[in-house]
Design a protein around this ligand. Sequence first.
Ligand SMILES: *Cc1c(COP(=O)(O)O)cnc(C)c1O
Length: 427
Amino acid sequence: MNYQNDLTFARQQDEQDPLKNFRSRFLIPRHKGEDAVYLCGNSLGLQPVSAQQYLADQLNTWQNLAVEGWFQGDDPWLDYHKQIQSSIARIVGAQENEVAVMNSLTVNLHLLMVSFYKPSSKRFKIIMEGGAFPSDQYAMESQVRFHDLDPKETIIEIFPREGEATLRTGDIIDAIDKNKNELALVLFGGINYYTGQFFDLKAIANAAHEAGAYAGFDLAHAAGNVPLQLHNWGADFACWCSYKYMNSGPGGISGIFVHEKHFTDKELNRFAGWWGYRRDKQFLMAPGFDPEMGAAGWQVSTSPIPLLALFKASMAIFDDAGGLDTLRQKSIRLTGYLEFLIQAINQELGEEAYKIITPADPNARGCQLSVVCKQNARAIFNYLAQNGVIGDWREPDVIRLSPVPLYNTFEDVYKTAKLMADALKAV
Ligand SMILES: *Cc1c(COP(=O)(O)O)cnc(C)c1O
């Protein structure tokens, strides 16, 4: 891709963008009377214009039908989740019966650990990426303690080599191989929240299985961002939130994936609830838990219909956009443009004022670029914010910028880089 460092070029790209009409399906925050440049979809995706209506429809059903809403009306609540299951399955590369929507992300991580972390005296270790999202670290530590094990002797974190910011796939595989006799689980983020590195999940799943361990993935930063093939890669389980790249609103409902090879495995523990019971007999309220076949059998509690409605509004947009492959094409070019413009700032200065720690290979990243500011990092971030660029700050000196193909433009990216150049003189 040949990029040019000028606004006319950026606007031409927007004009030719096959997804250009999707921006108007989102509510863009305002800054001083204009659209802000929102590059924070990695943290909270924007509200679909349709979200209010989807929610209002369910509030109306509640108003008019009350409890009968579970069985009556246009979208009976009992099967409401099924309307989005195929969209979600496409996004994560799964069969429909391998996904379920329920709870929130960290809760689901715990529930899946109940099934897929059953340490024995011989196999008990967990490998994860160093510097994983803190909630995942806390979840793993507490799971390990729950089994009366010592996290220090149980959890192996893999860190980048000295002087490097991201992990080499070969080093991950080596670590898995080295611990193969004691390894119970490899638990990786799909995309690391801090560096933006998209891991080779297929290679990691293969290595885990060769070592006799399970492979599980937290896809919070990957789902809706990069194409995934959970079924074909043979992942054992995965979970994700829907409020980042999937735009389902703050605290939106989470999703899980359980590979079909585990559906009938009676060895897997589950923390059960009535919503995971066989649907055809759920209301017989019989004693003894008999799970629904599929990921749905991991559900615990009654579906939160308002959250599902918000998620459904967003899934309709993903479906209309033609799925992840179309989004990904634009995403690669959009993030590549941001990278090009940041490098241009460095070149003009003759020094690396902004160091991008996200991998340069588009296959090893998603939308996000993580940028280390050499000097005045916080002041630069504040300068961007004061000028209408909403990015995301991480201590001590990292700004994360995530142009999202559904609602960001090449002009957004151009404006951001221009302000980043100005900031170096202004702060
Ligand atoms: C965003 C994120 C979370 C947040 O979990 P919640 O339970 O939804 O608060 C957890 N893990 C990762 C990797 C994340 O990126």
